[in-house]
Design a protein around this ligand. Sequence first.
Ligand code: UDP
Ligand code: MG
Length: 342
Amino acid sequence: MTTSSPVSVISNRLHCIDDAVPLTLSVIIPFYNEASVITECHERLIAVLNTIKGHCEIIYVDDGSTDGSRQLVEQFSEDNVSLRYIGLSRNFGKEAAMSAGLEYAQGSAVILLDADLQDPPELIPSMLDKWQEGYDVVNMQRIKRQGETWVKRFSAKCFYKVLNALSDIDVPSNVGDFRLLSREVVLHINQMPERNRYMKGIFSWPGFNQTTLPFVRDARFSGETKWNYVKLFGLAVDGITSFSIKPLRIATILGCAIALWAFIYGMVIIIKTMIFSEVVSGYPSMMVVQLALGGIQLLCMGVMGEYIGRIFIEAKHRPLYLIQTVIDQPAVQAAQIYEKSA
Ligand code: UDP
Ligand code: MG
C-alpha cells in the first residue's frame, strides 16, 4: 500500500503542470474472462499512452479468470509503459478488483478502465487535461449507451434517482467506474475500510474538485456482460444501504403513520358502533388491511435485515480480496515474477 502523504501529492501535480516532473499515470483494468478482447484493449490503450508525456503504468487486475486471459496479459511487454499483473486468488467481483488496483497504483493520476472497450481509451488525454487544470476527480458521464436495451437504460435512470433521493452523497447519474482520480483522492479511498464496496459511492464520497466530461459509451467489443438483473438489483441495494440509513427512517415514519391511522380509524369504529349502533361489517376491508399491514411489516423487516447482514459482513473484517500472483514488467526491463508456491 502506498504511504505518501496527500501534501506531497498536491505538490507533485503542481510540478507536473510546470513540466518539471514527468506525469505519472496509472491505468487500472479489472478483468474477468476477457480473452476475446484484452489484446485489442491493450493495443488501443498503448497507442494512447505512447502519446502522453511522462511515465505511465497499466495495472491489470485479474479477477480469477479461467479463460486464458492471464496468459495473454503475461505476454504483453512495452518499451515505454510499465505493466503490472495482479492475479486475485478467485473471482471476488469487479469492486474488489478495482480496490486491489487502487492499492497498487503509484501514479499521480489514476484512471479506471473496463477491459471490454466500452470506455474508449482515446479519451484519456482529455481526462488528463482536466486533471492538470486542477480537478481531483474527472467523472465520465455516458450521454448515450450503445448496445444496451431500453429496460437497462430505464432501470439505471430510476436507480440513480432513488439513490440520490435516499443517500447523503451526490452520486452523478450515468457515471460508471470509468473516471480519473488524483493521487490524493486515491489515498483517501484506500483508507476507507468497508467490505461492502459500492465504488460509485466511494468515488464520490471524498468530494474534492470534481468535474464531468460527457462521452458516448460504446457497445462491448466482444464477449458478454458479467451482470444480470439479479446482480444489478443487489448492486442497487448495496448502493443505497452503504450510503444511507434513510430506508430505516422511512420504515419508522411509516410505522408511526400507520399506528396513527389505526388509532383514528379505531375511534371512528367505536363511535359508529356505540353512538350510531352500526353493525360491524367488512370482511373484504379487514383482509385488505391485514394483508397490507403484513406486507409493510415484512418489507420493513427486510430493510432491517439488509442492514444487519451488512453489519455481519463488516464485523468479520475479512480481507476484501486475496492476491495470488504479482508480475511486474517495468518498461524495457525484464519481468520480475513473485508467485506464491502451490
Ligand atoms: N469484471 C471483473 N470482475 C467481475 C465482473 C466483471 O473484473 O466479477 C470486469 C470485466 O471483465 C470488465 C469490467 O469489469 O472489464 C466491466 O464488466 P462488464 O462489462 O461485465 O460490466 P458492464 O459494462 O456490463 O456494466
Ligand atoms: Mg462492459
